[in-house]
Design a protein around this ligand. Structure first.
Ligand SMILES: Nc1nc2c(ncn2[C@@H]2O[C@H](COP(=O)(O)OP(=O)(O)O)[C@@H](O)[C@H]2O)c(=O)[nH]1
Ligand SMILES: [Mg+2]
Ligand SMILES: [Zn+2]
Length: 298
């Protein structure tokens, strides 16, 4: 008898699977799969798998083809590593204040989403704080103008949660952003039963003696699955190629073929349509700065 499920946690060769019926079981990989798949991306959280039961053990027999992969590409030619499979969307979460939103970090996370061809939404939490409405409106102008949906929400006041729920209660999404912005609080507001720890800088999940957990998938009672991937926000550019950076800024990519020189880096060449657009105020200065910073980092 085989059963289908979702890899909810992966740690040291043990996989915690959420069976389609809802139960959680621990499973090992069939040796054949271990050989077929090279070390980096054997089976990761978010993978859909088929399991067999042999005695009191569950064994992963098959891994379904992936709809998407969130990759952490190795710097200096190291192999890319799949971090989460089958994500549908990335929600970049920041706070309207406490901590102040940093545009450079928002841009960095949006670039990672673009580099992985994942749609992204900007969620601005703590809309209840004084002055937050102006903050939300400013971010909505900036990022909404580029084409990213922007939601103003408050986990504590409960505002905007309907729109937030519409995004996380279907498919698989990942909440990414600095600590302290209220990612855990937002999920708790949606599903109090989750009882996620709030105010923790770094969390430790895992079970038993397995401590090197690469992340986990949280199933929401409303139907969606949310990836909890530690280290997403602070992990550099994840190996995005320098020439690829421009294509990860939609408003820059849209103008690149108007530049005088093919392969224009938009840094110093004459006749650069992107720099003209920045000077004309059609591309935000903060985005242009992020482009330069991320490009020289990449
Ligand atoms: N004012 C305000 N504070 C919030 C809101 N959401 C979370 N917080 C607070 O922000 C801090 C960090 O929240 P937490 O959910 O742990 O953030 P995370 O690190 O992103 O998971 C906690 O002290 C929360 O009580 C909100 O909507 N408004
Ligand atoms: Mg948290
Ligand atoms: Zn150019």
């Amino acid at each position: 008898m085989s059963t289908a499920g979702l890899v909810a946690e992966a740690s040291g060769g043990v996989y915690r699977i959420r069976l389609d019926g809802g139960a959680l079981v621990d499973a090992a990989l069939r040796g054949r799969i271990k050989l077929e798949r090279r070390s980096g991306d054997k089976v990761v959280i978010g993978d859909r798998v088929t399991l067999e039961r042999s005695g009191d053990q569950w064994v992963i027999e098959r891994v379904e083809p992936r709809r998407s992969e969130l990759l952490r590409r190795g710097a200096g030619g190291r192999r890319a590593k799949v971090v989460v499979a089958n994500l549908d969307e990335i929600l970049v979460v920041v706070a309207a204040g406490d901590p102040e939103p940093r545009l450079g970090l928002i841009d960095r996370l949006l670039v990672i989403a673009e580099a992985n061809a994942l749609p992204a939404t900007l969620v601005v939490n703590k809309a209840d704080l004084p002055g937050a409405q102006d903050r939300v409106a400013g971010l909505a102008r900036l990022y909404g103008g580029i084409g990213y949906p922007v939601l103003g929400v408050s986990a504590t006041a409960g505002s905007g949660l309907q729109e937030f729920a519409e995004r996380v209660c279907r498919g698989c999404s990942a909440l990414v952003g600095p600590s302290g912005v209220g990612k855990s609080s937002l999920l708790n507001a949606l599903a109090p039963g989750l009882d996620l720890r709030v105010g923790q800088v770094s969390h430790r999940t895992g079970w038993g003696r397995h401590t090197t957990v690469s992340g986990r998938m949280i199933s929401l009672p409303c139907g969606g699955t949310v990836a909890d991937t530690p280290g997403f926000g602070d992990a550099g550019l994840w190996g995005v190629d320098p020439r690829e950076v421009a294509s990860c800024f939609p408003e820059i990519a849209a103008r690149a073929n108007e530049c005088q020189f093919r392969g224009c880096s938009h840094l110093a060449e004459p006749g650069c349509a992107v720099r003209h657009a920045v000077e004309a105020g059609e591309i935000a200065g903060s985005r242009s700065e992020s482009y330069r910073a991320l490009r020289s980092e990449a």
